[in-house]
Ligand binder design. Structure first.
Ligand code: NAD
Length: 264
């Protein structure tokens, strides 16, 4: 434990279960003394999220479907009932029709393209519109992205296009909110076995590939993503905004492995 987040309060969006990246982030923040509120999507998840929040000393568990403006407003109204302001937001939300996370990108439908962009990209901007109004100076927000935004990865398809737009929106948000001392960053996490990831075709193969080819020769954990989020959300990250921090065991720097690499 440390006191990097002592006296700080914030919102975690996207906790589904104890495999969620949001759970690794929430644990790291709570361990550093942060007070947490959680949002969940749909009644089915409430019974999963309630006990996890309780484990971290939180009873602020509020519904929010980021596809609805009213639902996002209701979330922030709910937070305002208890807190006058917040210090951080974690956006760990993405969605696409899993039938289009296999096969070819070129076959993406108009409807799923729009929906994936809405839920996975616009939602972060919509949330920051509300968060800005109640954020303290020194406020900080983090969203989650993936290398499929930068390079073509098998089956990531429309999510790769969405993550590219999300990464661009991080830069624009960083500029807009920087005037108020609010920082906005992304973490590009390596592949981790979660509910959302299980929708991606050949995900196990992608994990193996990353394990063999990353400089650290392994995959990353939700706790490692959590530690990096703690850096970006705490005062340790005070000079960093608009950044895309790769927490991927170094995978993104490798062009090709040597044929005689001793561990291949
Ligand atoms: P997860 O399934 O645990 O979390 C995804 C969350 O998105 C769930 O809590 C789900 O309820 C929420 N969500 C989906 N649609 C929503 C909506 N309309 N309104 C509100 N919430 C909604 O999976 P995860 O892997 O922890 O995903 C978190 C983030 O991390 C996503 O943005 C994902 O793209 C990103 N990411 C994941 C990986 C990976 O390999 N798992 C790698 C890089 C980035």
């Amino acid at each position: 434990a440390n006191d990097l987040m002592a006296g700080k309060r914030g919102l975690i969006m996207g906790l589904a279960n104890d495999k969620s990246i949001a759970w690794g982030v929430a644990r790291a923040l709570a361990d550093a003394g942060a007070e947490l509120a959680f949002s969940y999507q749909g009644d089915a998840l409430k019974k999963r999220v309630d006990p996890l929040a309780a484990q971290l000393g939180s009873d602020m568990v509020l519904p929010c479907d980021v596809g609805s403006e009213e639902s996002i407003d209701a979330l922030f109204d709910g937070i305002k009932k208890r807190w006058d302001n917040i210090d951080f937001v974690v956006h760990a939300i993405g969605f696409s029709d899993k039938n289009e996370l296999r096969g070819r990108y070129v076959d993406t439908s108009r409807g799923n393209f729009a929906m994936s962009m809405d839920i996975s990209v616009y939602s972060f901007t919509a949330v920051m519109q509300r968060a800005e109004k109640m954020m303290n100076k020194g406020g900080s927000a983090v969203t989650l992205t993936y290398y499929g935004a930068e390079k073509v990865m098998p089956h990531y398809n429309v999510m790769g296009v969405a993550k590219a737009a999300l990464e661009a929106s991080v830069k624009y948000l960083a500029e807009d909110l920087g005037k108020d001392g609010i920082r906005v960053n992304a973490i590009s996490a390596g592949p981790i076995k979660t509910l959302a990831a299980s929708g991606i075709g050949d995900f196990r193969y992608i994990m193996k590939w990353n394990e063999y080819n990353s400089p650290l020769r392994r995959n990353v954990t939700i706790d490692e993503v959590g530690k990096s989020a703690l850096f970006l959300l705490s005062d340790l990250g005070s000079g960093t905004t608009g950044e895309n921090l790769h927490v991927d065991a170094g995978y993104h720097v490798v062009g090709m492995k040597a044929v005689d690499a001793p561990d291949m």
